[in-house]
Design a protein around this ligand. Structure first.
Ligand code: MV4
Length: 447
């Protein structure tokens, strides 16, 4: 087992990883920018190293700075958390060269899944359903128009280096193709320095349902059920839950088997997430694979009663997986509490937290690194807490979430708490009748 893990991250996930390391008797090293001197991950780690100024590019994203911190503290593994360098194959490669264990998959797997066309080709080989579309990259406008006509409108233009909606366009009909082709290409070039484009049939009113998988170093892969992440705004998830209200035993069987095949086919090592689009007929299609621990992992932890960070560390240390797939017991839901003003277009609201009292009680979990007197720096992500509730049924879970949201006190900044309070009362949300378009016509002022 590792003796000392360096956590190349900040905020709640850094704290989350430190907690598990302490329970496993593993020493921890925090790294921090000058904006994070007063952060809890710095206080709770056994050692802390300042790695630069507030700008991420010169601190949390700087591979040389992080490797220098590894060297001076003599850490034997790095946990990247999510975001920052978590899906950077070059970073994983550098760790390998230094003889430091990167807690995550092989660089080759990160590279494969980071390129969407390669990921899709890999899934086709594994027998995982994908959205009908172009055979790989489309070379020019003329080929794009031809392929789109064959697939049938509406189609979606996507960037192979994409994800999170960048370089993505919906094309309703043939006459709209050229302008969308040009703008998608430009955006992809500007955002990723890669203008590789592919085309898919547009799946209408899809749900976003993802499967948590775990693979060990011996080629065994199991799934830990799904998470429904359809409640999103501009590709930012706001609520996640397990089970999906749309799930059936039969569908879970089929999607779970597909997710496991995806992992087995590439001999995936570590925890990963296979994202699917699911249409109203319960057809499902591979969308992307994330090769990191995700923000919403606590939802799965609550319904399967396992510590996923601990599983990650054990697998990285060469332990085998025992047992099979996991089915959920009860229901869990996570609301992301962001320092944003939901009444003003979710505009970021950093600054001093004057008072902070987190929700408590049976079935309530709050993952956060903020406290009263803490000043949220403007340089990073606006998520300041995750409120996770667990109960026997979805109904009880929502009721508990309403209670927990009502007792959450955060003063000094604007947060997304009022958004969640209104969402929990929405009849369509409560009945489980929603898809990824739900928030497009959800207006807070009407409620
Ligand atoms: C799609 C789609 C419909 N049809 N692909 C959004 C982010 C990127 N990962 C893929 N996305 C989508 N791809 C086809 N062929 C709809 C979306 C989509 C979406 C997906 C999941 C969650 C929220 C979404 C919001 C808008 C669009």
């Amino acid at each position: 087992m590792f003796k000392k893990i360096l956590i190349a991250n900040r905020g709640e996930i850094a704290l989350r990883i430190i907690r598990t390391c302490r329970e496993m008797n593993i020493k921890t090293v925090a790294v921090y920018s000058t904006a994070d001197r007063e952060s809890l991950h710095v206080r709770f780690a056994d050692e802390a190293v300042c790695i630069g100024p507030p700008a991420s590019a010169e601190s949390y994203l700087s591979i040389p700075k992080i490797m220098a911190a590894v060297e001076i503290t003599n850490a034997d593994a790095i946990h990247p958390g999510y975001g920052f360098l978590a899906e950077n194959a070059d970073f994983a490669e550098v760790c390998k060269e230094y003889g430091i264990k990167f807690i995550g998959p092989e660089p080759e797997h990160m590279r494969k899944m980071g390129d969407k066309v390669t990921a899709k080709e890999t899934m086709i080989k594994a027998g995982v359903p994908v959205v009908p579309g172009s055979d790989g990259l489309v070379k020019d406008l003329a080929e794009g128009q031809k392929v789109a006509a064959e697939i049938g409108f509406p189609v979606m233009i996507k960037a192979t280096a994409g994800g999170g909606g960048k370089g993505m366009r919906i094309v309703p009909k043939a006459e709209d193709f050229e302008k969308n082709w040009n703008s998608a290409r430009q955006e992809a070039k500007a955002s990723f320095g890669n203008d590789g484009i592919y085309i898919e049939k547009f799946v209408e009113e899809p749900r976003h349902i993802e499967f948590q998988i775990v693979g060990d170093q011996f080629g065994k892969v199991v799934h830990l059920s799904e998470r429904d992440c359809s409640i999103q705004r501009r590709h930012q998830k706001l609520v996640e839950e397990c089970p999906s209200p749309f799930m059936t035993d039969e569908l879970r069987e089929k999607m779970g088997a597909a997710a496991v095949r995806a992992g087995e086919c590439i001999k995936y090592e570590g925890v990963g997430t296979v994202e699917f689009l699911v249409d109203k007929y319960r057809n499902f299609y591979f969308m992307e694979m994330n090769t990191r621990i995700q923000v919403e992992h606590p939802v799965t932890e609550e319904v399967i009663d396992h510590d996923l960070i601990k599983e990650q560390i054990k697998i990285a240390a060469g332990h085998p997986i025992v047992g099979g797939n996991y089915l959920p017991t009860g229901h869990a839901m996570e609301c992301r509490i962001n320092a944003e003003d939901p009444f003003n277009g979710f505009r970021p609201s950093p600054g001093l937290i004057k008072s902070f009292h987190s929700s408590k009680g049976h079935g309530v979990r709050v993952d956060t690194a903020v406290y009263a007197g803490y000043t949220i720096p403007p340089h990073y992500d606006s998520m300041i807490a995750k409120l996770i509730c667990r109960a026997r049924t979805r109904e009880e879970c929502i009721t508990k979430m309403e209670r927990a949201l009502d007792e959450f006190i955060i003063e000094g900044i604007k947060t997304t708490v009022p958004f969640h309070q209104r969402l929990m009362k929405d009849p369509k949300f409560r009945s489980g009748d929603f898809n990824t378009g739900f928030l497009n016509d959800f207006d807070l002022e009407d409620r």
